[in-house]
Design a protein around this ligand. Sequence first.
Ligand code: FES
Length: 124
Amino acid sequence: MYSEKVMDHFQNPRNVGVLEDANGIGEVGNMRCGDIMKLYIKVGDNEIIEDIKFQTFGCGAAIATSSMITEIVKGMSIAEAEKVSNRQVAEELDGLPPAKMHCSNLAADALRAAIANYRENKQR
Ligand code: FES
């Protein structure tokens, strides 16, 4: 049912944990199932995502997509990163079962929330 890449990211998630010096934090919940994801980003002066970590209290597909999105956007500018869609993350994982596509929203939404939080912090 799941691709090898999904299983790999689920079993060995990358960039898990809390980023102590984060300057953007996004937390979102999935309305359908109640799962939660928290994403931390450290954005440099050049607007590049220098570091990223996540904590996901959710299903395997949510953990795999969270892990994958951290790998995709690390080193990207925030402008590029916010264009990354949940569909793109699912494609990088060689697909998700249709019933699990909604789980990938968690990662993309949390990333956008973290970027919005970074911009808010910057204006203060
Ligand atoms: Fe909740 Fe997948 S079932 S995120």
